[in-house]
Design a binder for this molecule. Sequence first.
Ligand code: KG4
Ligand code: ZN
Length: 336
Amino acid sequence: MTILGIETSCDETSAAVIEGEDNKILLKSNIISSSLRMHQKTGGIIPENAAREQIKYIIPVIKKALFVAKTKLKNIDGIALTYGPGLIGSLLVGVETAKTIAFTQNIPIIPVNHMMGHIYANWIENSHIEFPAIALVVSGGHTDLLLIKNHRDYTLLGGTRDDAAGEAFDKIGRLIGFSYPAGPGIENAAKTGDPKHFRFPRPLIGSNDFDFSFSGLKTAVLREVQTIKNLDKQTIDDISCATQEAIVDVLVKKTLKAALKHQAKSILISGGVSANQKLRDTFNTMINAQRLKTKLFAPPKSLCTDNAAMIAAYAFYNYNPVSWKEVTADPELYFD
Ligand code: KG4
Ligand code: ZN
């Protein structure tokens, strides 16, 4: 089965071709055009600008994905499409393009929840993921924990009550002079930071649920920064280190608690923040220290941020085709 994936939920325009056989995926192409540099100039994403860029790039990106995969539309069995959540203008570009292709070429569409797509980035290079699995989705807009008992069978355990983990990296990064998105900058600066210089709060770390909250952390860093007269490089590195430690600590502790409770055989991390090496290392260290019988999976770093390959991967394992007439964008989509 050959699937064309289309992803346009935010500032990345992406198309990918995968071939799925038995239980395995072969990634034939994954083209991503990002308007990130344009948004860096404005200090964040202006939705109208992101949508205009999507319109410019969607057709060339799809053409290139087919070309690199050495295939043509007539060989495509299904179009996997992100229909939400995301920015409405950006989503509509992908949705209307996919519907037009589906109508003219008579191809079914598999509508995909962007957040589930992030989780399925884990299956692109690993077909043998055992259930039950605990999935942690950590991106710019989401911090969610899910229990996945099987394909098509998942339950939301908890989510963020305010800022997402990526949002915390970005907002704190802005306070100490990093441009958007600040996660990679903070990770890099933390390497030369002194972990003992600052200690920031770990909100909800001991709570009895699986919810997260990061806005208090941001406020704590803001208060600290306001007392500092000279924000030199070493201080920035130290704040970065303490911020990363606080965020990683909460994410790992709560995820392992869920894994233990549900006797998870696998932990799947995904989303932009899952590219963070400190997060990956801490998970592995803690799994070993607690002698848990659970295995950590993380997508290749290039597949942690938005891409169409993960959308196609979800569609392959959760094949649920519909007619183009039934597809609409849903910017507020959460987990069903
Ligand atoms: O999944 P993603 O590309 O977009 C959304 O769907 O939101 O995630 C983007 C987020 C940003 O907040 C960015 O700062 C964060 O992921 N991020 C990181 C790292 N790389 C990206 N956070 C921490 N460490 C990183 N290495
Ligand atoms: Zn995303």
